[in-house]
Design a protein around this ligand. Structure first.
Ligand SMILES: Nc1nc2c(c(=O)[nH]1)N[C@H]1C(S)=C(S)[C@@H](COP(=O)(O)OP(=O)(O)OC[C@H]3O[C@@H](n4cnc5c(=O)[nH]c(N)nc54)[C@H](O)[C@@H]3O)O[C@H]1N2
Ligand SMILES: Nc1nc2c(c(=O)[nH]1)N[C@H]1C(S)=C(S)[C@@H](COP(=O)(O)OP(=O)(O)OC[C@H]3O[C@@H](n4cnc5c(=O)[nH]c(N)nc54)[C@H](O)[C@@H]3O)O[C@H]1N2
Ligand code: SF4
Ligand SMILES: [Mo]
Length: 721
């Protein structure tokens, strides 16, 4: 007997609705749910990996204790107790900041972890917090904080109504969108074109998204700030700046005009690789298309001027009347309003309230840049790091200079990881605490519904009963936090005894219900349970100035905290430029570093190849398929070379998330399709000087023939990238 279960895929930000056929014990099939209010049947090839993850024999079912290079099963009571004791002891000896935390990306896709993770962090009370944010969306959050008064007030392109969509540093056809939950991008982009609109892609690679766009412009990596400043310059010069309805609510427009003055299209053209006439035309198109949005994402965040980019992107949209207006960059009205909730809790965000010990880089939202993690562990002294807790993260593969991080992890007195796998990072832990499978948990996208192209709400109940000795992330958080408090003793310790069972009884669902009831639609968990395909709450709506969180309820279009970095950009107008720059590349069957243990995601040809333009290969005497050494200041890897004219001359590209051949990794499938880690080449010392965001795109590199002369099969331009 088989039955159908409806749920939202939580692997990426697209929130696709799934129809899962099962027999109560096993998943029989996964397909798209045509009735899902957001995805209408669309899924990507990764959805089936949910079954593989659930069944994966390498996925840990019980806590693992490491003894040298051997692992042994450990029961939960003992494991939690040991971890709590270690943490309390280290904090007692070295102070609260001696225990550092790293939070990884899946946290944002995990309802329980979002609700209860905060409690654990508060309990730990450490300044030494790191996360994937500083290798990702930090610049958008920084702009939101200083322009609109709240770090979570990030804008989303109104795909349903736009007639001109500029996509800069994003490849949503492959990534399925980010800070733009929009399942079925191909269909959505085609719809724009069908109504007579246009899509323009600005990217150093002619991507899968560029392939379906109306126009593609190569841009030299790391130069987006020049392009956007020059576009603004052209808009001011032509008298085309008009913020429309928002005009009376903006401070700093004259300052913005002054700041972009030096960046004329003529001056930036040779830097960006986009000619002046094209920049002027882009400005005109943007100003004179009633419904237009200039969207940018990871490629423009994780680069030399990421911080400026986040701001300039919003400023461009605001200055042309394409902000908080239909068809432009808009804001959601989520059923669980995390912006309001965070504001009520006093968490609107902050920046540069503290600085790292070694390099003096700024905190953001209470976290330090991940590019400083290794040096902060290596450097003893006050506020030095003696222990690390990783939760749903794999910094050895995801943060710059993974080799250095790896070496640093080996020096820790204690490390524990909350993670279902023993992978490149968690293999260094002394204890690994595995959460139960996603299919054994309820799910609501608390974070991502707030960044979707349409207001919707959907709850997914657990499909399978979790094993009696299994724990979800949130239960691990609660158990660990309460044990820490108890071991510290005193009155709080006694109280924790009572609070713990109460929290465990409550669970994230009760909290979700509470938040939904206080949300703008007065929904409830029961209301969502009654609609297994989700509830459509309508298109995005203008909400400024009401939703602004600045003290005077006005937009700061030239916030000094960010704009101060324009001086560095101006100096860079004259700077010499590296001849070869490395960028990244997401692929359809990857999910950062952790889906490669599903055979369906890795089988076939080696996809961890270095893309290079034939012209650059010729200049170096290199041929397609040959093994080459990719080298930077930080390190080197050896990879097969793939030639294509779909990459800009002077640029090479390697995907991230590979590199599973590392010793001690217990990923039997991934290890056989290991690839190399691009983050053994990215440089932890290269950060956006303003925000501390890692530079993962635009890393100066050299490429030369490897001693190993083997060529791998057909890595020519016709092969998929
Ligand atoms: N060179 C380069 N580097 C990059 C990027 C790039 O484009 N280029 N992209 C950056 C970006 S955007 C991001 S978001 C980061 C990601 O950086 P990370 O978050 O550090 O890395 P992930 O690969 O997402 O690792 C996720 C980890 O969580 C575990 N996990 C999965 N699901 C769960 C769960 O439900 N609970 C728990 N406890 N654990 C779980 C997995 O086993 C894995 O260990 O990488 C960044 N690094
Ligand atoms: N299949 C798949 N989907 C994913 C993920 C995955 O690993 N695999 N990861 C998820 C995560 S964590 C995130 S954050 C999102 C990210 O989603 P996207 O932001 O769409 O990420 P990418 O596909 O990496 O696209 C970045 C683009 O920027 C380009 N680029 C590089 N340098 C520059 C530059 O200097 N300027 C400009 N203009 N462009 C540049 C790259 O060529 C690339 O096409 O994807 C999510 N979805
Ligand atoms: S696009 Fe993202 S959410 Fe949709 S099926 Fe693929 S991985 Fe899941
Ligand atoms: Mo990300």
């Amino acid at each position: 007997m088989s039955a159908l279960h409806y749920r939202t895929c939580n692997l990426c930000e697209a929130m696709c609705g799934l129809t899962i056929e099962h027999d109560g014990q096993r998943v029989l099939g996964i397909r798209g749910d045509e009735q899902d209010v957001l995805s209408a049947g669309y899924i990507c090839p990764k959805a089936v990996a949910l079954k593989d993850l659930h069944e994966d024999p390498d996925r840990l079912r019980r806590p693992q204790r490491r003894l040298g290079d051997r692992w042994e099963d450990c029961d939960w009571e003992q494991a939690l107790d040991e971890c709590a004791s270690k943490i309390v002891d280290i904090q007692r000896r070295h102070g609260p900041h001696a225990v550092a935390v790293y939070l990884g990306n899946p946290t944002a896709h995990n309802m329980g972890a979002l609700v209860f993770g905060v409690g654990l962090l508060k309990t730990l009370g450490t300044f030494n917090r790191f996360s994937a944010t500083s290798a990702d969306q930090l610049p958008h959050m920084l702009a939101a904080l200083h322009m609109f008064g709240h770090q979570l007030l990030m804008a989303v392109p109104d795909l349903e109504r736009t007639d001109l969509l500029v996509i800069m540093g994003a490849n949503p056809i492959v990534s399925n969108g980010s800070i733009m939950s929009a399942p079925g991008m191909k269909r959505r982009l085609a719809a724009i074109q069908k109504r007579g609109g246009r899509v323009i892609v600005i990217d150093p690679r002619r991507t899968e998204t560029a392939a379906v766009a109306d126009e593609h412009l190569f841009i030299r990596p790391g130069t987006d700030a020049f392009l956007m400043a020059a576009t603004l310059n052209a808009l001011f010069a032509a008298g085309d700046v008009d913020a429309g309805r928002l005009s009376p609510h903006i401070d700093g427009m004259a300052e913005l005009e002054r700041l972009v003055k030096p960046f004329t299209p003529q001056r930036v053209a040779p830097i960006t690789g986009i000619d002046a006439a094209t920049i002027v035309r882009l400005a005109k198109d943007l100003a004179h298309t009633e419904r237009a949005a200039w969207y940018g994402r990871v490629g423009m965040c994780t680069q030399r001027f990421g911080g400026l980019n986040g701001w300039l992107l919003y400023a461009l949209n605001i200055a042309t009347g394409h902000f908080d207006a239909p068809g432009g960059m808009m804001f959601t009205k989520p059923a669980a309003d995390i912006v309001k909730l965070a504001t009520r809790l006093g968490e609107t965000g902050h920046f540069a309230k503290g600085r790292t010990r070694v390099r003096g880089l700024p905190e953001f939202g209470g976290e330090y840049p991940v590019a400083t993690l290794a040096e902060e562990i290596e450097t003893p002294g006050e506020r030095g790091i003696h222990a690390l807790i990783t939760m749903a993260g794999n910094p050895v593969l995801s943060a710059p200079n993974g080799k250095r991080i790896e070496a640093a992890l080996g020096k820790l007195e204690f490390m524990m990881s909350i993670d279902p796998y023993i992978n490149e990072t968690t293999r260094h832990a002394h204890m690994v605490l595995p959460p139960v499978s996603q299919l054994e948990q309820g799910h609501y996208d608390l974070a991502l519904h707030a960044f979707a192209v349409r207001n919707t709400a959907k709850y997914s109940p657990p499909l399978f009963q979790p094993p009696s000795d299994g724990k979800a992330d949130w239960e691990i958080h609660v158990e660990l936090a309460s044990r820490i408090v108890q071991k510290r003793g005193g009155a709080a310790g006694l109280a924790a005894r009572v609070v713990r069972p109460a929290l465990l009884r409550m669970g994230p669902e009760r909290v979700l219900d509470w938040v939904l009831r206080r949300g703008p639609y007065r929904l409830s968990l029961a209301a969502l349970k009654a609609k297994p395909h989700g509830i459509d709450l309508g298109p995005l709506e203008p909400c400024f100035p009401e939703r602004l969180n600045t003290p005077n309820k006005r937009i700061r279009i030239a916030p000094s905290e960010i704009a101060t970095d324009m001086a560095r950009l101006e100096r860079e107008l004259e700077a010499p430029r590296a001849s070869l720059l490395l960028i990244g590349r997401r692929q359809l069957r990857t999910n950062n570093s952790w889906l490669h243990n599903s055979l369906r995601m890795v089988k076939g040809r080696d996809r961890c190849t270095l893309l290079m333009h034939p012209q650059d290969a010729e200049a170096r005497g290199l041929v397609a398929g040959q093994r080459v050494v990719l080298r930077s200041r930080a390190g080197e890897v050896e990879v097969p070379l793939q030639l294509t004219d779909r990459i800009m001359p002077g640029v090479v590209s390697l995907p991230h998330g590979f590199g599973h051949a590392r010793e001690g990794v217990k990923l039997s499938v991934a290890s056989r399709h290991a690839g190399v880690s691009v983050n053994d080449v990215t440089d932890e010392l290269e950060v956006d000087a303003l925000s501390g965001t890692a530079v993962l795109n635009g890393v100066p590199v050299e490429v030369s023939a490897a001693a190993d002369r083997r060529t791998s099969e057909a890595t020519d331009a016709s092969a998929a990238e």
